[in-house]
Design a protein around this ligand. Sequence first.
Ligand code: ZN
Length: 142
Amino acid sequence: MTLAVSILLISAVLAFVLLVRPGAIPPNETLSPTAHLDERKEAIYENLRDLNFEYRLGKLSDADYEKTKLGLQNELAKVTDEIESIVGKRARPAPAAATAVQPAPKTEAAKPVYKCPACGALFERPMKFCGECAAPMGEAQS
Ligand SMILES: [Zn+2]
């Protein structure tokens, strides 16, 4: 009798934990509006690194390599644009700093150029990894 009751109780608790909990977990968006885009960006960098690695091993033809690389770089540009538009929208409503006498913040100054230390490729945006050779790049290098 008491055993049956405990089993029933345990089942009820298990059902509660299994059924109710997943719905209670907040969506990723609450962490960062760009979290899913950042993940995609990381995945693309990962693919670029893999691509370069396989190319160096001679697993890919020049044509396949160029085609895949261009596709990944386009994808990267799209994701970066999306992130920038989200981040830009959030940054805009800051009223106090906009009228300050200080010079414009670095990000809005004349187009900075980010240079890959490994292959010398130039980019208009800061990148964690070079879009050409996938070498690590400093975020704020110019
Ligand atoms: Zn590079």
